[in-house]
Design a protein around this ligand. Structure first.
Ligand code: EPZ
Length: 421
C-alpha cells in the first residue's frame, strides 16, 4: 500500500472540509507538557506525524488517549522519562519541540539531534542557543542534546532577551513554550509570526501563560510558576487548503473548501488569482473556479506573511502547464526541488539553477511512474497526476500521509480517480 495510481484528466468539482493543521497540532502537543493536569486537543488531523508525537509523549510516561474523533486527551504529570530517542526523532523532526517544554517543566531533557532531511540540513542551533540564553546547561553527546537547568533556584529557567539570528518557526515555538514557565520576563525578537505560532500562543495563553505581542516579531512572556492543562481546537491547515486550491486550478475545476480560516493564505490566494483563478471568500470557506490555462506566476518563498515554502512544490506543478515561463525562487531550504526531476518525467520543462527553478509551461503533462521524496513534493506529484493525460503511479506515497489527512478520499470526493495499492 505504498503507491497510488491517479487517472488523469478529471476536473475537480464539489466541496470538501479542511482538516486541522499539522504544523499547529505538533507544537501544541509538545506544549501540553508544561500544563498540570489534562489537556484536551480537538480538531486533530489523523496524520502519521501526530501518531508519532503521541507515541513519543506516551513513552515518556504521559497518560494519553485518543477518541474516535481523533481528539487527544493528555496528562503529562506522570512523566518519568524526559527522553526523545533517535528512533522516534529520525522519523519526525518535530520531536525537537519536546526539548523546551521538558527542560522548563522537568528541569532536564535528552533529545536526539534530528539530523537533516531530504529538503535540507535543518539545523537546530537556534533552539539550543535560545535555551542556553535562558540558563539551560546543554551538551551534545553521541548525537543527543542533553539539557538541564543549573541555577540555584532548582528547576527554573531564567527569562532573558533573545534575538533570533534567523526567523525559525519551531525555534520560536520551543523558546516560547519554555519562557512560559521561566522565572521572570522573556523577550523574543525576530520571532516567527506564522499562523501556527499564533495558534500555539493562544493555547498557552488559555493554559494561563502571560504572553504579549502574539502574531508579531516581538513576543513578551512573563513566566509563571505553573500552567494548567485545558482544551484547544487546532486551527485549519492552510497548507492543505492551498494544496487543494492549486489542484482545482490545475484541473480547471470548481471547488469549495469549508472550515477554513481565510486570513492565513493571502500570499497564496494572490498568486492563484494572478494565475487566473476566480476566488470567493465566504464565512470560513474558500471557493475557487478556473476556466483557463494557468498564467505563469513567479514565486519567491519567505517567512510569513510572504509566500510559504510549503506551497512551493505545488506551484511548480501549476507553472509546469502554464501559458508561459515562470521563475520559482526557494529561499528557506537548500534542497527543496526534489520534485522537479519527477515532474520532468511527466513532460515538464524545468531547469534548476541554484535556488531557482525556471519553468517553461507545456500544453499538458503525461502520466508516468514517479517517486515521492518528501511531503510537499509528493503533493505536487499528485496534483500533476490529476491534470496529466493518462495514468500516474506515485511510489513511496507514505510521505504524503505524514501531512495530508485522507488525501485520496478527499480528492475522489471531488471527482478524482485515485486508487491506493
Ligand atoms: C517549520 O519547520 C515547518 N515544520 C516546515 O514545514 C516549514 O517548511 C518551515 O517551518 C518554514 O515555514 C513544522 O512547523 C513542524 P524553520 P522548521 O526553523 O521550524 C534555518 C512541512 O512541509 N534554521 O522555520 O524546521 C533553517 O535551516 C514542513 O510541513 C537554522 O539555521 O523550519 C531554514 O533555512 C517542512 N537554525 C530556516 O531557518 C535553527 O536552529 C527556516 O527554518 C532553525 C532553523
Amino acid at each position: 500500500m505504498n503507491k497510488i495510481t491517479i487517472h488523469g484528466g478529471t476536473r475537480l468539482a464539489g466541496t470538501i472540509k479542511a482538516s486541522g493543521a499539522k504544523n499547529a497540532v505538533l507544537p501544541i502537543l509538545a506544549a501540553t507538557l508544561v500544563g498540570q493536569g489534562e489537556s484536551h486537543i480537538s480538531h486533530v488531523p489523523h496524520l502519521h506525524d501526530v501518531t508519532t508525537m503521541n507515541q513519543l509523549l506516551a513513552q515518556m510516561g504521559a497518560q494519553l488517549t485518543v477518541d474516535h474523533h481523533s481528539d487527544i486527551y493528555i496528562n503529562p504529570d506522570s512523566i518519568t522519562d524526559p527522553v526523545a530517542p533517535y528512533e522516534t526523532v529520525k522519523t519526525m523532526r518535530a520531536s525537537i519541540l519536546a526539548l523546551g517544554p521538558l527542560v522548563a517543566r522537568f528541569g532536564q531533557a535528552k533529545v536526539s539531534l534530528p539530523g537533516g532531511c531530504q529538503i535540507g540540513s535543518r539545523p537546530v542551533d537556534l533552539h539550543i542557543k535560545g535555551l542556553k540564553a535562558m540558563g539551560a546547561e546543554i551538551e551534545v553527546i553521541d548525537g543527543y542534546i542533553h539539557a538541564r537547568t543549573k541555577n540555584a533556584l532548582g528547576n527554573r529557567l531564567q527569562g532573558n532577551r533573545i534575538v533570533m539570528d534567523k526567523v525559525t518557526v519551531t525555534g520560536t515555538e520551543n523558546i516560547l513554550i519554555a519562557a512560559c514557565l521561566a522565572q521572570g520576563e522573556t523577550l523574543i525578537e525576530n520571532a516567527a509570526i506564522e499562523p501556527e505560532v499564533v495558534d500555539l500562543a493562544k493555547y498557552l495563553s488559555a493554559m494561563g501563560a502571560n504572553i504579549e505581542g502574539i502574531g508579531t516579531s516581538k513576543i513578551y512572556v512573563q513566566g509563571k510558576d505553573s500552567l494548567n492543562g485545558t482544551h484547544h481546537a487546532v486551527m485549519p491547515d492552510r497548507i492543505e487548503i492551498g494544496t487543494f486550491l492549486v489542484a482545482a486550478a490545475m484541473t480547471q475545476g470548481d471547488i469549495t473548501i469549508t472550515n477554513t480560516s481565510n486570513e492565513d493564505l493571502d500570499a497564496v490566494l494572490d498568486k492563484l488569482t494572478e494565475a487566473g483563478a476566480q476566488i470567493e471568500l465566504g464565512e470560513n470557506q474558500i471557493s475557487l473556479k478556473m476556466n483557463q490555462r494557468p498564467n505563469p506566476v513567479d514565486i519567491y518563498t519567505a517567512p510569513h506573511p510572504a509566500f510559504p515554502t510549503d506551497m512551493q512544490a505545488q506551484f511548480c506543478a501549476l507553472n509546469a502547464v502554464a501559458d508561459g515561463t515562470s521563475i520559482i525562487t526557494e529561499n528557506l531550504f537548500e534542497n527543496r526541488f526534489m520534485h522537479v526531476e519527477e515532474l520532468k518525467r511527466m513532460g515538464a520543462d524545468i531547469n534548476v539553477e541554484g535556488n531557482r527553478a525556471i519553468i517553461k509551461g507545456v500544453d499538458h503533462l503525461s502520466g508516468a511512474p514517479v517517486t515521492a521524496t518528501d511531503l510537499r513534493a509528493s503533493a505536487s506529484l499528485v496534483i500533476a497526476g490529476l491534470a496529466a493525460q493518462g495514468d500516474t503511479d506515485v511510489h513511496d506515497i507514505h510521505y504524503i500521509d505524514r501531512g495530508y489527512e485522507a488525501i485520496e478520499e478527499k480528492l475522489n470526493q471531488l471527482g478524482a480517480k485515485i486508487i491506493r495499492s
